[in-house]
Design a protein around this ligand. Structure first.
Ligand SMILES: NC(=O)c1ccc[n+]([C@@H]2O[C@H](COP(=O)([O-])OP(=O)(O)OC[C@H]3O[C@@H](n4cnc5c(N)ncnc54)[C@H](OP(=O)(O)O)[C@@H]3O)[C@@H](O)[C@H]2O)c1
Length: 309
């Protein structure tokens, strides 16, 4: 069966023909309809992350599809697959058939398309966790979101507006991204620190200018650190950081298990258009281009691979 595989860290995935997986006890065989190409996958691909799967490996930490065979879930059931080291410490989801540990296979609520779940649930859960569980947004507060047109960013903007933030500033790099920001947000183009009195920063880009953004928040504000598309390293001037008196709140979804009821609620909003995240599904043959596009920030919303096409 066809799969995208990486033969050396730091190189692009190639399409290989691999042996059909034989599920062992406690595993479910899933036919993949859509496997997102996400930043976490690119991070694993570098070989510098805390998790390094043995080479050659099939990337992909997540997928949506249907059960092909299982002892626990009826065949044909639409499911989301994620967790148990898939694409992190073992082969992942960028392939037609995945033998996934049963605990990594989540049946979807009735009426939810597995592709929609695969592409949008993870960023929605991340955005929700950032805004509510970690950021503890209160109605009437002012929120800034960096990468405001990105997958997590655009959903964080929408969730902050739904939670009755007084103002939501969506920071984007170029005017071209203005159209990708949700209605109701104030778009801020460029990298100058915000002058507004911001209570909560949801930072999805990180990078060397993070200290400037933090110093510009109101004293006592919170900054949720979600991502690092603008760079993985930051140098803080400690006197400035302490004077800013901002609470830095790192978020790792790898260490969280959001309740199924929250996932169902977010999926329902995504299905009905209450939350919007554009996406595009591409054939397996274009996997290397998809990786390059995500890396370069050329994607609006999310991109996924359909390994069957
Ligand atoms: N902590 C967690 O558990 C967790 C969970 C999910 C995701 N993440 C991380 O969150 C980040 C965002 O994920 P995503 O799926 O939302 O990615 P995405 O859709 O690719 O969006 C990333 C955004 O980053 C911005 N960006 C890229 N390069 C930049 C640069 N050099 N300077 C400033 N902005 C830059 C882009 O802004 P423009 O649109 O203006 O070009 C883009 O909108 C990633 O680092 C990802 O690994 C973390």
């Amino acid at each position: 069966v066809r799969a995208a595989r990486v033969h050396a860290f730091g190189t692009d995935p190639v399409v290989d023909d691999i042996r059909e997986p034989e599920p062992r006890d406690g595993e479910t065989l899933v036919e993949v309809a859509a496997a997102p190409v996400a930043h976490i996958d690119l991070t694993v691909l570098t070989g510098t992350f805390v998790h390094r799967p043995p080479l050659p490996y099939v990337p992909g930490t997540e997928a949506g599809g249907r059960v092909a065979s299982s002892r626990t879930v009826p065949a044909g059931t639409p499911v989301r697959v994620r967790g148990s080291g898939l694409g992190l410490t073992a082969d992942g989801t960028w392939r037609v058939l995945v033998a996934a540990p049963d605990e990594a296979v989540q049946p979807l609520p009735v009426g939810i398309d597995p592709t929609l779940a695969a592409v949008s649930l993870a960023p929605a859960l991340t955005a929700y966790t950032a805004v509510h569980d970690v950021g503890r947004l209160e109605p009437g507060e002012r929120v800034a979101v960096t990468g405001g047109a990105g997958a997590v960013g655009t959903l964080a903007v929408q969730l902050a507006l739904r939670a009755r933030a007084r103002a939501v500033f969506a920071l984007v790099r170029t005017p071209a991204k203005r159209a990708a920001v949700a209605d109701g947000a104030e778009v801020v183009v460029g990298e100058a620190p915000l002058q507004a009195d911001v209570d909560l920063l949801i930072d999805t880009v990180g990078g060397p200018r993070l200290p400037e953004r933090i110093a510009a928040l109101r004293p006592g504000a919170r900054a949720v650190l979600v991502g690092y598309t603008a760079g993985t390293s930051v140098t803080f001037d400690l006197p400035r950081l302490l004077a800013a008196n901002v609470r830095l709140l790192p978020l790792s979804m790898l260490h969280r298990r959001p309740p199924p009821a929250l996932a169902a609620e977010l999926l329902d909003l995504l299905r009905s258009g209450g939350l919007v995240l554009p996406y595009e599904v591409r054939p397996l043959a274009s996997v290397a281009d998809a990786v390059a596009d995500v890396r370069a920030g050329r994607v609006v919303g999310r991109v996924a691979i359909d390994p069957r096409s």
